[in-house]
Design a binder for this molecule. Structure first.
Ligand code: GLY
Length: 372
């Protein structure tokens, strides 16, 4: 058996699902392939935070990419809701970055460059977030917010299928079908799929399983995030709260997400005793000790992190029809909006919304020279 498409998208997390939908919206014949069910890996494990400024280290291309993606969200949500009929629980909760007394100078330095992106320096914490009244100041980004990732990926897949994307879920890619320097398709356990235009790899931390067959090992590794959710009778916070890389995310239904660890543990996505200890420290830091907050669940996911921590977006060096979109690390949900549009640009030869050279796989050219 075999099937013929314009594009084959490998990986049905949120990056791949949105990409497949965008391509199909624009008239391409698309296959969406995943080794498992859609959104089961990094997307399903994410808290759904849309906060470029809490995540950014400094001004630069990565921050610009995240801001571009955040700005696309309101329109994306309208379009996706209309096409899928699913409410992805998008809302601009607003984000507060807080600091301890001895960290205030650093926070003020962050604010100095974040002000031009719409951040506000707030000192009346009692009014904004009474549970944090003891903090003297915070960076406040009112337009940042959140979605519910499992619903987001469900909406993207439903919208894609409604646009005649063919889904091959539960079908791991065995190998790329090649013809010299052209990638022509993928081999699945049950059949071969052929792509007239190209193959786009969006398989998160697993992307190396596919592209390593055409190059030296992809400089990408999984970074485990362990995270927990609490059920509460009343929402203790209105905003998403960040302290450095730890966060609390109040969900609309009263749940509170607490995250997250950053563990270098290979492809082990189990919850560990040390992970629970770390999450307990975060709970303690944020003084989440009410006896009426009940543990709902603890889980873990693997974030795809590239060697320099930046996404990997572009045509694979030396392969004419192989593209990659991975390495989104802590910001896959946020960056999915712009990544899908960038992938559509590859298909339509439209110019990218910004200079993408800092994210191009070519930057690793010394380590990923193509195999012959
Ligand atoms: N974006 C938050 C995290 O990766 O934990």
């Amino acid at each position: 058996m075999s099937g013929r498409y314009d594009w084959i998208v490998v990986g049905a997390g949120i990056i791949g699902s949105l990409t497949a939908w965008r391509l199909a919206q624009n008239g391409f014949r698309v296959a969406l392939v995943d080794a498992g069910a859609p959104g089961q890996q990094a997307t399903g494990a994410a808290a759904g935070i849309l906060s470029p400024l809490a995540e950014a280290g400094t001004i630069g291309p990565f921050t610009t990419l995240m801001m571009h993606s955040l700005h696309r969200y309101p329109d994306l949500v309208l379009e996706l809701t209309e096409e899928s009929g699913i409410d992805i629980q998008y809302h601009s909760t607003g984000v507060l970055q807080i600091a301890k007394e001895d960290e205030l100078v650093r926070l003020r330095q962050r604010y100095a460059w974040q002000e031009s992106f719409g951040a506000v320096w707030v000192t009346d914490m009692q009014k904004l977030e009474p549970s944090l009244a003891e903090y003297h100041a915070a960076i406040y980004t009112p337009k940042e917010g959140q979605v519910h990732p499992p619903l987001l990926v469900q909406a993207a897949v439903r919208a894609a299928l409604a646009r005649n994307v063919h889904a091959f879920f539960g079908e791991p890619v065995r190998s790329l079908l090649r013809d010299g320097l052209q990638v022509r398709g993928v081999q699945l356990p049950t059949q071969d799929l052929w792509a007239d235009a190209g193959v786009i790899i969006t398989a998160g931390a697993w992307s190396h399983l596919i592209v390593d067959s055409v190059s030296a090992p992809l400089p990408l590794s999984p970074i485990r995030g362990q995270i927990l959710s609490l059920k509460t009778d009343h929402a203790p916070f209105r905003h998403i709260i960040f302290h450095q890389h730890s966060y609390l995310v109040p969900k609309r239904d009263g749940r509170l997400i607490v995250g997250a660890t950053e563990d270098d543990a290979g492809f082990d996505s189990r919850v560990t005793a040390s992970g629970i200890t770390r999450l307990a420290e975060i709970l303690q830091f944020f003084r989440i000790s009410e006896p009426t907050f009940y543990l709902e669940k603890v889980w873990a996911g693997l974030r795809p992190k590239s060697a320099d921590g930046l996404p990997i977006l572009g045509r694979w060096p030396g392969q004419d029809s192989l593209y990659i979109a991975t390495g989104h690390y802590r910001n896959g949900v946020l960056l999915s909006a712009i990544t899908a549009d960038i992938a559509l640009g590859w298909a339509t030869n439209k110019p990218a919304p910004m200079d993408l050279s800092p994210f191009h796989p070519q930057r690793f050219h010394n380590t990923i020279l193509p195999k012959g």
